[in-house]
Ligand binder design. Structure first.
Ligand code: ADP
Length: 578
């Protein structure tokens, strides 16, 4: 029932290509039905040409055969190419839709699905949708028609023989299906084994030091060898089952043919049946084998494809919780940020990440968020660009609740520089230009200069045209951060959110990053998740987070004099996040 719903939903993607699909079906029906004509062609050749020595028929038949081959070829090609094109078009549409959908999802969803999982949904699962359509569903239609056509031909040629043959036939098909089932089970087990093996290998490689320091090499070796042997056995069993298919088939086929031959041969000798009739009949039985074999495989591939389809629709049905309001308010001209009794809990968590948090960040000021890791600082800043929406309370910018602003406009007013700076697999130039796609080369260079990035960029192998990001030129943490700062400078947004790096930079890099940041912060309403003492000292106000609440706030001196959590953090030589 559920599977039917999935297929029904897949068929909605077929709508734009309805005409092509109907044409494909038409070709499929004619191609399938043409199978039924083959035994008759053979019958006429044998009876007409060889038995009756009919010359007229001899000249006619080659033309008929060529015409038949041409038509059958055309329909075969037509159904294949049309279905395949439609399949690829649906894959393309699904991929675009998934990509578009992922762009609307909160990055938190990626944790739930796993980023590798998402990638495989877009690249592999979508391909399965094509398989379902072009292989499974097409096979059910085409091969059923072929079977019906051939059975009709067989019955027409001889009902009694057909009965004998068709009783023997399922007997032959059954073991083939059994072997197929076993092969699928073994295949699945083999895949699991390969997975287990690579996990073991991965932990041996990544955890190499741990393995060695605990002297666990023999244990790892044993675990690996056990799994390796299991995989070997499964593979051999699978191959044995596969190798058995053909001989078993042929043997059973031989029995069926022998039975038919015994009865049929007798009638030919007695003169009650022509040779042509008999051979044509045998041929229709032979031809039945292929569509039957195909149909017996459909079930497995269909299940696999349905699983993939289920994963695709599951992702598409994940609602982006955060959408534009129905009526939007214009972005305010002043950017004072306020949190009013904000409470937030992640859907999969018991405890509140933020609990009744209220704070006020005046326009143009710099505040620092400090507190232990997991105390809610990142969650709090994620509420401002509406990566998350609070469960209770409100976040306002210039007295307007952020949920009344157009999302794209709100986000265009916020620049973020995070400790996990993401650089795209592109040139340095394009990575900076991401901040403002309308900027000129001069503006980009000037932003890089302000970010203390121009000098090191100029020294790169291809300067601004050096490829960075995954697979590109390896930049240091400080360099990546300065590129991110240049990107933010270019964006020139009135609100700035900064997640300082915990990773220690060397003194010179730190000074440069620090200097670049202070240039960036001029005149901006800035929130810094602070890890450095200098940032905390320079902040207009510090908010101390503990277990989702703000437990203290004030300037550095005020907080120190209170001898509370901040005092403790400070005396441990740590300001935050540690
Ligand atoms: P901080 O930035 O101070 O280190 P966070 O705001 O990241 O703290 O985390 C606050 C709490 O929310 C923690 O208990 C953390 O485990 C939880 N949390 C953070 N991100 C997620 C997420 N994507 N899904 C579920 N829980 C999360």
């Amino acid at each position: 029932m559920y599977n039917q719903l999935l297929v029904k939903r897949l068929f909605t993607y077929l709508k734009p290509y309805r005409a092509e699909f109907i044409l494909g079906l038409f070709c499929m029906v004619l191609f399938g039905a043409s199978d039924g004509a083959i035994p008759f062609l053979v019958k006429y050749i044998l009876d007409g040409v060889f038995a009756d020595q009919n010359k007229q028929l001899l000249t006619l038949l080659p033309i008929l055969i060529i015409a038949f081959a041409l038509l059958r070829g055309a329909f075969g090609f037509g159904q294949e190419i049309l279905m395949s094109r439609i399949g690829h078009k649906i894959v393309r549409d699904l991929r675009s839709q998934l990509n578009k959908h992922i762009l609307t999802l909160h990055p938190g969803y990626f944790v739930e699905f796993g980023s590798a999982g998402l990638v495989s949904r877009v690249s592999n699962d979508t391909l399965q949708a094509k398989t379902l359509l072009t292989e499974s569903i097409a096979s059910v239609i085409r091969d059923s028609i072929r079977i019906v056509g051939l059975i009709c031909a067989a019955i027409y040629l001889d009902p009694i023989l057909a009965l004998i043959g068709l009783v023997a036939f399922p007997l032959g098909v059954y073991p083939v299906m059994r072997i197929g089932k076993r092969m699928r089970a073994l295949g699945k087990r083999g895949q699991e084994s390969v997975g287990a093996l690579s996990t073991l290998l991965q932990s041996t490689i990544i955890g190499g030091k741990v393995v060695r320091v605990f002297g666990r090499e023999p244990y790892e070796e044993k675990r690996f060898d056990e799994e390796n042997t299991r995989l070997f056995r499964t593979m051999v069993k699978g191959d044995t089952a596969k190798a058995l298919t053909t001989p078993i088939n042929e043997f059973l086929g031989a029995i069926a043919i022998s039975a038919v031959l015994l009865y049929g041969g007798l009638t030919v000798i007695n003169g009650t049946r022509t040779q042509g009739d008999f051979i044509a009949f045998l041929l229709s039985l032979f031809l039945l084998y292929d569509p039957f074999k195909r149909l017996s495989k459909v079930h497995a591939s269909m299940q696999q494809a349905l699983g993939a389809l289920d994963r695709i629709f599951d992702l598409l049905d994940t609602k982006p919780a955060i959408i534009d309001p129905v009526t939007t308010k214009p972005f305010p001209s002043y950017t004072e940020i306020k949190f009013k009794n904000v409470t937030f809990r992640y859907p999969n968590q018991e405890v509140y990440a933020l609990n009744d948090v209220s704070l006020d960040i005046p326009q143009g000021s710099t505040v620092a968020f400090v507190g232990f890791s997991g105390s809610g600082k990142s969650t709090a800043v994620d509420l401002i660009p509406r990566f998350l929406d609070p469960n209770k309370g409100e976040v306002t910018v210039g007295s307007v609740n952020v949920n009344q602003l157009k999302l794209s406009e709100l986000r265009s007013k916020i620049a973020m520089v995070s400790q996990h700076t993401f650089l795209f697999h592109d040139t340095v130039f394009e990575n900076i230009r991401y901040g403002d796609l309308n900027s000129t080369k001069e503006e980009i260079e000037s932003a890089a200069k302000s970010a203390f990035a121009h000098d090191f960029i100029s020294a790169l192998p291809d300067g601004y045209n050096t490829m960075v990001g995954e697979g590109g030129f390896a930049l240091s943490g400080g360099e990546r951060q300065r590129i991110a700062i240049a990107r933010a400078i270019l964006k020139n947004a009135p609100i700035l959110i900064l997640d300082e790096a915990t990773a220690s930079l060397d003194n010179r890099s730190e000074r440069e990053v620090q200097e670049a940041l202070s240039r960036l912060m001029v005149g901006k309403t800035s929130i810094v998740i602070a890890h450095r003492l200098s940032t905390v000292l320079g902040a207009d106000k510090i908010f101390v987070f503990e277990e989702g609440r703000i437990v203290e706030s004030g300037t550095h001196e005020e907080l120190l004099s209170r001898s509370g959590l901040y005092y403790r953090l400070y005396n441990e030589g740590k300001t935050a996040g540690v």
